[in-house]
Design a protein around this ligand. Structure first.
Ligand code: ITT
Length: 193
């Protein structure tokens, strides 16, 4: 069976995904080759563009584009989450949210996974609703985890949860669940000669 090359520079993401896929017998390796950037309104557009670009290369690829969408900020940082994380950071987001009352701090994380082999593509989605905390809490996970309190949890941020606890309710966990419901299609793809 071919290996699935997970294109990501983010080791936290790789750890979350590979822990589940490898348990289903899907072999994975991390590759940090960076898709060309595009201006897009949705995560789907970014993923599809990247899969098209990878389609001309040898091998089977998995990509994940994720974002945090904060209602009080009109969906910001959304598709710009990676850039905003590196520039404003968690403290910058909390500053923008200063004075926003609890019931208006709603937000969601979304993940879109794409798997591609040549022109063949599979896309899976997952969403996790929650709210933005008033302070940075916890050292687990990565990215925006320490300021996101999932509705399906017990009041802790993702940054205060173990990887298994986060995976059980997270956007990426749900997208992986969708993907695993289609594991046979993926394995068929990877077995193609
Ligand atoms: P790659 O594109 O190389 O995979 P990235 O870290 O840039 O890595 P994304 O573009 O998908 O990943 O993520 C956009 C931003 O959202 C980035 O700053 C991530 O740290 C953050 N992010 C993604 N998934 C997250 C999660 O599950 N919990 C917290 N933050 C997350």
């Amino acid at each position: 069976m071919r290996e699935l090359h997970f294109i990501t520079s983010n080791s936290g993401k790789y750890a979350e995904v590979s822990s589940i896929l490898s348990s289903k017998g899907i072999p994975m390796v991390q590759r940090d080759i960076g898709c060309p950037e595009i201006q897009a309104d949705t995560l789907e557009e970014v993923v599809t563009f990247c899969l098209d670009w990878l389609g001309s290369k040898e091998g089977a690829y998995l990509i994940d584009d994720s974002g945090l969408f904060i209602d009080a900020l009109g969906g910001f940082p959304g598709v710009y989450s990676a850039y905003v994380f590196k520039t404003l950071g968690l403290s910058g987001i909390l500053r923008l949210m200063e004075g926003v009352p609890d019931d208006e701090r709603t937000a969601y994380f979304e993940t879109v996974f794409g798997i591609g082999l040549g022109a063949e593509k599979l896309v899976f989605r997952g969403k996790c609703e929650g709210r933005i905390s008033h302070e940075v809490r916890g050292e687990e996970g990565f990215g925006y985890d320490p300021i996101f309190i999932p509705d399906a949890g017990d009041g802790r941020t993702f940054g205060e949860m173990s990887m298994a606890e986060k995976n059980a309710i997270s956007h990426r966990g749900k997208a992986i669940k969708n993907m695993m419901e289609n594991a046979n299609r993926i394995i068929e793809m990877l077995n193609q000669s």
